[in-house]
Design a protein around this ligand. Sequence first.
Ligand code: RIB
Ligand code: CA
Length: 339
Amino acid sequence: MNAAKKVIIDCDPGIDDALALMLALASPELEILGITVVCGNVPARMGAENALKILKQMGRMDIPVYIGEESPLVRTYVDAMDTHGEDGLGESHYPEVTKMRPRTGAVQFLARMLEQAAKAPEEAKISIIALGPMTNLARLMRQYPESLAGLGELVSMGGSYKSHGNCSPVAEYNYWCDPHAAGEVYAGFAALPVLRGKRIHMIGLDVTREIVLTPNLLEYMCCLNPERGDFIRRITRFYFDFHWKQEGIIGCVINDPLAVAYFIDRTMCSGFAAHTEVETEGICLGQTVVDDHDFWKREKNSHILTKTDALRFMKFFFTRVIGECEEQVLEELMGRVLR
Ligand code: RIB
Ligand code: CA
């Protein structure tokens, strides 16, 4: 097996962030250097406490957690606790981890780690899997632009190409929560010489909406691995209820784990390169405007993922997080998303 890829996961845990962290922690292809937390689903400090709970659940208290930006660059902060619960983990109310405490200075941690990798060969540079609003990344780009020489790849769960928004008719939460940050990061990938040739891999709602955890799949998890399955059941119950009320489905769209799976296995999703910008004002605030027909003839700063294979993802997730599964059983269970 090739050497593990060095990554930092920037997130806002958050129920689906928690599932993404579990998947990353169960994947030997990744060397997770740290977890940075940003205000998003829940305030950054709460998100950092939740990240610690996931690390404890997965037996990885060796990984540091850093608290990052506690408000968006410009907008007033709007959380998503209506979706993720008042504790950010579906009101599962797991006890706070006391053995280890989160540190402050997420942006400085990102800069320090990337600077150390600035002269490393491409395959040894540090990638970022971003699962929340891009506020930490925008601050990094503003304050430490030279550190980006150490960046490998950026995979971002966020945005939407042709699928409807989840915060407005056109906007996805991560980029709607801090559109100025997302806009600056996408602009940086189009303009900064240090990022020439690099693209943001945008795992948007077009692909993540295909990934639905259903009651049947949850029961299968609990049958195969009662301890791990029960943890997932406890943190997703609230999320199921929200999806029934909000989207009329029995199940929950788990966005973030797909970004981790795609980072590890690029065949998990397919898409195209394009220039993308993020709207920062008006009724389309937070919308990703993807120039799919190259009208503007601008630098292709993004790789827009539009297709995925939900069965392949579920098999990937089960095999790593639960420890096993039978593809035929998965396929049968996945035929039953009730609408
Ligand atoms: O729009 C979905 C995204 O916003 C996910 O990352 C979810 O965790 C929230 O951060
Ligand atoms: Ca998230």
